[in-house]
Design a binder for this molecule. Structure first.
Ligand code: HEC
Length: 204
């Protein structure tokens, strides 16, 4: 009799332990589900913010570039970009509390080279023309990427030297950017990509 009751107590203990474990497991599952949901929402938010910030920056840069072209042609526009592309982008970065850059494999300004973490993303864009905005994490940082494709009017500075840019204009570009690799592009080509670093999730 004694033995049976001891076994019964053991069995009860085992059962209750299992029960508790089960509860813990399911609450863990719920928690990770919640975390996954939060991440999904943040990704969508980052895509939305990144899309609007990159569009705003692109419009601003191109607006200023076209105004400079109107004032003094390609020469004036190249000089304008050389002096102002960075300060302009930086001031927009400060406004939105992010770090905006444009990076490219065949770059004009070596400051815009691909970093190690950008290389696989650029490869993805090379291999899939339809791929749009992406969010990637690197350490604690969150990065937004978006491909930049060449438009018709970009060839006057990024196209073929003979037919699009002209020897004289290219001489000026080479003077300002001795290591220029950003020529021989055609409209529609992948020219580079937007890269926006979001410092903190809370500041979205
Ligand atoms: C008037 C000449 C000119 C035109 C037109 C022009 N660019 Fe550029 N582009 C430049 C210069 C100069 C730089 C280097 C800016 C710098 O010093 O950061 C540059 C840099 C870039 C970069 C940054 C990566 C790199 O190579 O350094 C991208 C991306 C880019 N251009 C894309 C475009 C696209 C897309 C268009 C058309 C919508 C365009 N550009 C039209 C002159 C031009």
């Amino acid at each position: 009799m004694k033995n049976i009751s001891i076994i019964a107590v053991f069995a009860l203990l085992l059962l209750s332990c299992n029960g508790q474990n089960h509860k813990k497991d399911s609450s863990k599952k719920n928690q990770s589900k919640k975390e996954q949901q939060v991440t999904a929402i943040d990704t969508a938010k980052i895509i939305q913010r990144g899309d609007s910030i990159s569009m705003f920056t692109g419009k601003t840069l191109m607006g200023q570039l076209q105004a400079a072209m109107g004032r003094g042609g390609i020469e004036e526009a190249v000089k304008y970009c050389n002096v102002n592309a960075y300060p302009l982008t930086d001031s927009i970065s400060n406004k939105f509390n992010v770090s905006i850059s444009r990076v490219a494999e065949r770059n004009r300004n070596p400051e815009n080279s691909l970093q190690e973490q950008d290389v696989p993303v650029f490869e993805q864009y090379k291999n899939n023309e339809d791929l749009g905005s992406l969010v990637k994490t690197h350490g604690d940082d969150i990065y937004f990427y978006k491909p930049i494709n060449l438009k018709g009017f970009c060839v006057s500075c990024h196209g073929n030297i003979e037919n699009n840019i002209g020897e004289e204009n290219y001489a000026l570009i080479k003077k300002l950017y001795p290591n220029d690799k950003a020529i021989n592009f055609s409209p529609g080509d992948l020219r580079g990509m937007w890269k926006i670093k979001f410092e903190e999730n809370g500041k979205l």
